[in-house]
Design a protein around this ligand. Structure first.
Ligand SMILES: [Zn+2]
Length: 152
């Protein structure tokens, strides 16, 4: 799989939106983002990709306690599965960003992820449009947010 060049945007303004919920289970995902790697769960037996889950759903033996599933880097490429355009800021932190596009992206590996689109006027976003992850670093807060831009 070809991984496109990594696009990193560094934001030093103070974070004024709801904080990401980083807990013990999701820590590896957020650690990956800080390294500019989009991690998903992958079955070591059959190669199926998932968001973290306990068992691979395909027809083979599963090790207990996620034994045959592990984090692995995904391509960061996908397509817009669905989207809506926010014209109203539901949190004060978004007031300078409306209108913005909130998209559900179907990753090339299969799992879906939702985030906001960058580098495109909301009126030009289309279902099926190829997109690529952008890593938005927030060094003062110590986390990275994945966003998506049109691919190519
Ligand atoms: Zn499997």
């Amino acid at each position: 799989m070809v991984v496109a060049s990594v696009d990193v945007r560094v934001i030093t303004e103070k974070w004024n939106k709801p904080w990401p919920n980083i807990d013990m289970d999701s820590q590896p995902f957020w650690d990956g983002l800080r390294e500019h790697r989009l991690l998903l769960f992958r079955c070591k037996t059959c190669g199926a990709w998932y968001w973290p889950k306990a068992f691979c759903r395909n027809d083979h033996d599963n090790e207990p306690f996620m034994g045959n599933l592990d984090w692995e880097e995904a391509s960061g490429s996908g397509k817009v599965f669905a989207f809506n355009i926010h014209h109203w800021a539901f949190h004060p932190g978004f007031k300078d960003e409306v209108p913005y596009t909130y998209a559900i992206v179907e990753l090339d590996e299969g799992p879906m992820i939702s985030s906001t689109m960058v580098d495109i006027d909301p009126k030009n976003v289309r279902v099926g449009m190829p997109v690529q992850v952008v890593y938005e670093d927030h060094p003062n807060e110590g986390f990275t947010i994945p966003k998506f831009k049109p691919a190519g």
